[in-house]
Design a protein around this ligand. Structure first.
Ligand code: NAP
Length: 554
């Protein structure tokens, strides 16, 4: 077992904690920091060899964040945000991982984090109102609370393609990339998958490989990142305006990103004005392309204007007309699958060493020892990159056997899709919190904004219970049912459910298809959570366990 000392202000009995946190990514680290600050004993288990979560695993070429780093960063410590120097507008993965490590060291978090340790099972003891948590090293500890900081996109999904196991070359999954540098120089490489990970990695791999074959099932909308080095002046502008930038991102923005708010619909403008606005956002680059108008996620005709604009741009960039046509997305409204942010993705298809294969028309039949057979044609490759995504939002939670009231497991309860109250708790599973769980804005937002909001809410909630000697908290079934209905209703008022996206669980064969994140916006959601807390945690039940009376000592 990895050595670990606890520096918590409380010294728990061996194997007894106030809180077990699962995962030491951005959510788990901040959760630990907050709880320790309240004097609780905490043990964090992390299955990876270091902190960083998704940024520990996703080391593929070209990996970088798609929210500007000055915003995709913690806001809980002003010293931290004032002193950390992001080098680029969108930091590359190694720099984000360095930041995660810096945070772990700066706030002395490592002493309570046990690395290389998976949580396999947690069982709730109703009589004691405590969880019994069993880990991959064979140990069992108990804790009053368990907090799942397991990440939404941390369960890499290997595709079930015939012959994959017999491929002679190296196979890499973007979400589980080796820690040693991978050099594709002189190799023929195949990339399967054209979501964000594929779209970020293709231009970089194309520069190294002797030939790159991209197997595309669904064309995706992508906006240029316009990544660039950040100047000291740009950093300073953010830093001096952080109070307002962070406030806006938390309270007003729908997606937790500071940007100008759209005040009009796409059809309120004439063709020329609309085109000028799209042009200006395209030139600026980044995710805020979708905030140019306020109805792109709501109105198909409005959405079509943005989708047409991007399709035209693809046709302008890609020289070969047939390839351009294949790269133009037509299967879903723009933005209803997570929009991709790229650096020269479409231009990569102008290179003589890059081939696009349409596996929608000609599906992959099998992986051969030295290539890929699709549509009766063999494409020879020396290495395969699977950019095939994740079992998103529920995948990592489902890997843990979580037994709540009456022995019911969370997997049993969620067999028809995840059910939570506010994305924070699920009825029947007392004292079990989720950070950025299904039913919260989560993946539809700047994750760090949503993580900080959940962590603060959970820490405050645990503080409230301790002040009142309350032992157990549970989401009420009625509150949960109403919230699930609300999440659904809001989603179905938008165009999002029209796409076969991982938001809907549609990328996993057999996974129930329901829209998982809450689309009402982070500001609205925060207010709902705050109101619930202000009303004494309305919709939750909180109880005290009968304690045996102690004989009075003389
Ligand atoms: P993804 O969006 O789920 O894309 C997976 C791709 O693989 C899709 O093109 C999919 O095609 C294809 N695919 C899956 N199974 C396949 C199969 N059996 N045969 C052929 N093709 C198959 O996954 P991702 O690109 O890893 O991105 C997931 C999410 O992670 C993103 O949406 C984003 O939220 C996050 N992410 C963020 C960043 C960033 O911040 N910069 C970078 C990477 C990822 P279909 O579409 O037809 O299913």
């Amino acid at each position: 077992m990895p050595a670990l000392q606890t520096n918590s202000s409380k010294s728990p009995a061996a194997g007894t904690f106030d809180v077990v946190v699962v995962g030491a990514g951005f959510a788990g680290m901040y959760m630990l920091h907050r709880l320790r600050g309240s004097g609780l004993s905490v043990r964090v288990y992390e299955q990876g060899g270091d902190v960083g979560g998704t940024w520990y695993w996703n080391r593929y070429p070209g990996a970088r964040c798609d929210v500007e780093s000055m915003q995709y960063s913690y806001s809980f410590s002003d010293e931290l945000q004032q002193e950390w120097d992001w080098s680029e507008r969108y930091a590359p993965q190694p720099e984000i991982l360095k930041y995660a490590n810096h945070v772990a060291d700066r706030f002395d978090l490592r002493t309570d984090i046990q690395l290389n340790t998976r949580v396999d099972r947690a069982v709730f003891d109703e009589s004691a109102s405590r969880w019994s948590v069993t880990t991959s090293d064979g140990n069992t500890v108990t804790a009053q609370f368990v907090i799942l900081a397991t990440g939404c996109l941390s369960n890499a999904r290997m595709p079930d393609i015939k012959g994959l196991a017999d491929f002679k070359g190296k196979v890499y999954h973007t979400g589980h990339w080796p820690h040693q540098p991978v050099d594709f120089t002189g190799l023929r490489v195949g990339v399967i998958g054209t979501g964000s990970s594929g779209i970020q990695s293709v231009p970089v791999i194309a520069e190294q490989a002797s030939h790159l074959t991209v197997f595309q099932r669904t064309a995706n909308f992508s906006i240029p990142a316009r990544n660039a080095a950040l100047t000291p002046e740009e950093r300073e502008e953010f830093r001096s305006n952080y109070p307002e930038i962070r406030r806006f991102a938390r309270e007003e923005a729908r997606n937790g990103i500071y940007t100008d708010m759209p005040d009009r619909g796409a059809l309120d403008d004439g063709d020329n004005e609309r085109r000028a606005r799209y042009e200006s956002r395209w030139t600026r680059g980044g995710l805020t392309f979708m905030s140019v108008y306020n109805d792109l996620a709501l109105d198909r005709a409005a959405n079509d204007t943005a989708a047409d604009f991007v399709r035209e741009k693809i046709a302008e960039i890609v020289k070969d007309h047939e390839i351009a046509k294949l790269l133009q997305p037509n299967s879903h409204p723009i933005g209803t699958k997570r929009i991709c942010i790229d650096s020269d993705y479409f231009a990569a298809f102008n290179r003589p060493n890059v081939t696009l294969v349409d596996i929608k028309a000609d599906p992959i039949e099998e992986i051969l020892p030295n290539g890929v057979r699709a549509g009766g044609k063999d494409y020879e490759v020396d290495a395969l990159v699977l950019a095939t995504g994740f079992d998103a939002m529920t995948g990592s939670v489902a890997k843990i056997e979580l037994c709540g009231r009456d022995g019911q497991t969370l997997n049993q309860k969620w067999a028809e899709g995840p059910r939570t109250y506010l994305g924070l708790m699920s009825a029947g599973f007392p004292n079990l919190f989720l950070i950025t769980g299904p039913g919260s804005p989560s993946v539809l937002s700047n994750m760090i904004v949503s993580i900080e909001q959940h962590v603060d809410w959970i820490a405050d909630c645990i503080g409230y219970m301790r002040e009142r000697d309350l032992d157990a908290m549970e989401a009420g079934k009625d509150a949960e049912d109403s919230w699930v209905a609300h999440v659904n209703e809001v989603a179905h008022g938008t165009l999002y459910p029209q796409a076969n996206s991982w938001y809907m669980g549609a990328n996993i064969p057999g996974k129930p298809q329901i829209f998982m994140p809450y689309i009402g916006g982070v500001g609205v959601y925060r207010q709902i959570c705050n109101d619930v807390a202000a009303k004494g945690y309305e919709g939750f039940t909180m109880t005290a366990t009968e304690r045996p009376k102690m004989a009075a000592s003389s």
